[in-house]
Design a protein around this ligand. Structure first.
Ligand code: FAD
Length: 388
């Protein structure tokens, strides 16, 4: 038995930073927006919880800057990359432009954004799982969802897939898409008693992966690391063992994590691939955030991409464009394609300790080279342009 509730201008699946920010921008332009989230907030989320400085402009625009500041985030003034042997290179947060980065748990950040969306008039349904798109002649007309055992159908001329790497709506459209085995697994935990340097986000490279440690609110450090599925299997999928046997092979990690105590449950996630998907997988359907492209985590810019694509999609919709799908795709590619490509190159190096070591040495030797790489993972990159 299903209920069909009132129609909306836009339906958004998923209330991560991409979904909630798009909802806020749209609702403030008088769009009737439905935002559907499968979890009940606040909820923990697997993430490095490094909020890059450029996100602060988005917090201002979304009207959540004070709420974020009042949540006691850590100010992060530098990111330090450590090779497994202990060599390091430092990237000051000021190179991204503006104020320091922030360390704040996703439980808090995402909850602040969702509350703001409600305040702006967005209709929010939490604890509801989107199961599939409603299709009419291959055009997406809305979503089907399950809540407390009931099925509901909601319709709108535009639906946005913001379900992160799950890409639930897109995947349902391409049900025949071959599935490959996950090659990478990520783990995350909140810790006490680490020796992470104050104000630093530390990145550790080791065989078959890398990890990040930084402070968040309330004397807690967040450890988040990625490693090949093969290594995880070798250590019986025990995250504590993987941390000790693999992550702590990095000399600096061995020092900072020596007396760490877990303060939360471990979270884990696996995935098949990085990179870009189709920004508009079907007529009536647009994808934002990780559903459109999963950028390599060590660039610390996944949330930035989520905010930027949330802003972009709202901008295109608010312009009353007649060709929403084509316009959004063209603008998405123009804005993000080059940074996604360059981040992909860097990732390949990150998983090879020798290459990562050479990269760290090269970056250490040349400030110019370092700054070029940093900028290339953010804005559109023109190799001919001069560095500042
Ligand atoms: C290991 C790792 C470390 C990272 N570290 C950082 C970092 O330090 N800094 C950074 O900027 N980025 C980082 N990222 C990337 C960042 O986490 C993502 O880019 C960001 O969360 C994307 O936001 P989103 O809104 O697109 O998706 P998400 O944040 O994944 O949100 C998607 C939402 O959709 C909901 N959802 C899923 N399926 C359904 C469904 N069927 N029905 C309803 N709702 C659904 C989920 O519950 C979730 O709330 C990291 C990623 C990984 C994997």
């Amino acid at each position: 038995m299903h209920k069909s509730l009132r129609d909306f201008d836009v339906i958004i699946a998923g209330a991560g930073p991409a979904g909630s920010s798009a909802a806020i921008h749209l609702a403030r332009n008088d769009r009737r927006v439905l935002l559907v989230e499968q979890k009940k907030f606040p909820r923990a989320k697997l993430c490095g919880e490094f909020i890059s400085p450029e996100c602060r402009r988005h917090f201002e625009n979304l009207g959540v800057a004070n709420a974020m500041t009042n949540s006691d985030p850590t100010s992060i003034t530098e990111t330090v990359f450590y090779s497994s042997g202990g060599h390091h290179v430092t990237i000051p947060s000021s190179w991204f432009g503006g104020p320091p980065a922030l360390g704040l748990s996703r439980a808090v950040m995402d909850d602040v954004l969702l509350r703001r969306a409600r305040e702006c008039g967005v209709e929010v349904i939490e604890g509801a799982t989107i199961t599939e798109p409603i299709l009419d002649n291959e055009i997406v007309r809305g979503v089907k969802l399950k809540i407390n055992g009931d099925e509901q159908h909601h319709t709108a001329p535009i639906t946005i897939d913001a379900t992160g790497r799950a890409r639930i709506l897109t995947r349902k459209l391409h049900a025949g898409e071959p599935k490959s085995k996950p090659k990478l697994i990520a783990f995350k935990v909140h810790l006490r008693n680490t020796r992470v340097a104050p104000g630093a986000c530390e990145i550790y490279f080791y065989r078959d992966g890398y990890g990040g440690l930084s402070s968040v609110e309330g004397d807690i450090s967040n450890l988040c690391f990625i490693i090949s599925a093969e290594q995880v299997k070798r250590y019986h999928s025990n995250p504590d063992l993987v941390m000790r046997e693999m992550v702590m092979k990095n000399r600096r990690a061995a020092y900072t994590l020596a007396h760490a105590q877990t303060e939360s449950e471990w979270l884990s996630a696996s995935w098949e691939r990085f990179g870009r998907q189709q920004p508009s997988p079907a007529k009536g359907l647009l994808a934002i955030g990780d559903s459109a492209a999963f950028i390599d985590p060590f660039t610390g810019s996944g949330m930035l991409l989520a905010f930027e694509s949330g802003e972009l999609v709202a901008d295109v919709i608010n312009r009353h464009s007649k060709e929403v799908e084509a316009d959004y795709t063209a603008e998405y590619l123009r804005k993000f394609e080059s940074r996604l490509r360059i981040s992909g190159w860097l990732r390949r190096a990150a998983f090879k300790p020798r290459l990562a070591g050479i990269g760290i040495a090269l970056c250490g030797a040349s400030k110019h080279f370092r700054s070029r790489i940093v900028r290339a993972t953010r804005s559109s990159f023109n190799p001919a342009s001069r560095s500042v």
